[in-house]
Design a protein around this ligand. Sequence first.
Ligand SMILES: [Zn+2]
Length: 345
Amino acid sequence: MLKFCKKCILNSAMPDVKIGQDGLCSYCSGEKHESWESNVILLEKKKDNFRKQFEIDLEKNRGKYKYDCVIGISGGKDSAYLLYYLAVEKKLKVLAVYIKDLFDGNQALENINVLKNKIPFDLKVISLTDKIYKKIYSQAINLLEQKSFTESVCPVCSRLKMSCILKEAAQNKVPFVFMGFVSGQVNKPDFEWEREIIENRSWVPDIFTGDKDDLLDVFWNPVKYSKPDLSIRIMYPLAILDYNSRDAAIKLFSFLGKKIKSPGCSLFSVLNDLDLDLIGYNTFLRKKAYWIRKGILKTNNIQRLVCFLSTLKFNPFRLYRKILSKGIEKKLNIDFTAILLKNKR
Ligand SMILES: [Zn+2]
């Protein structure tokens, strides 16, 4: 019989989830941990120290450069809140960078316009629509290096976007780059990137072989883009602040007078849906369940139902995503069904 966890959104139809006598799933009862969860727990333990040092470093650099920090914004509410926190509450001079990729609709830019009306910041929009970006995405999907679609493609996409943001910081000589990831999205025990990665490595993903000359220009490359006398740091402030997505949404709404609607990413929806066929579960819902477990997100029966429906091979969301995926296949000149068949184990 189908059972739902009384705390999060997981249910017994999912491959590795059992609901115990107490009504809790294997993850809420603490019996099981997701592979990435131990890093988040370690991060939580170090939070206080990180937070104190973060405040000190921010103050030390205030007003020293043209901008106090660069923020990567997605148009979603987490990065919108980070922007509000730093530009309004902390009164820092912020350059916000928005990367428009091949899969974005217009919601993100609509949200950014709402922010622009109330929050003081400079905005840079970078568009990733050239042929080279199509090549990067289609290769990442075709090669499918990790066990799931999302785990193979999302890191390449985020590395690509981080590269653009970092180049912008170097060009404007800004020492801090902040991203609006919350603790469940940070898969590392620190909230700051290792310096080694920023200062000594080209970011062209290993999966790309052959002629990489054009990629060396696209991805961050310290030899080419670093500025002398400037060491840039990349951090996730929301992961160490007492950030709660519900409270943040309320605060943002009362400040902006408008709701920040989720901009979504059509590629992400489609990849998650393909993962259901490839590995049997939707990786995003697992992370969502984690945030609910930690009290960062709230849940209700509708979300439980959505989670259950998404475990079914046939459901209305899937039909909608099939339509979305046709558009992406055409844009990138790829065939999801063939890639799925090749990799199904
Ligand atoms: Zn649970």
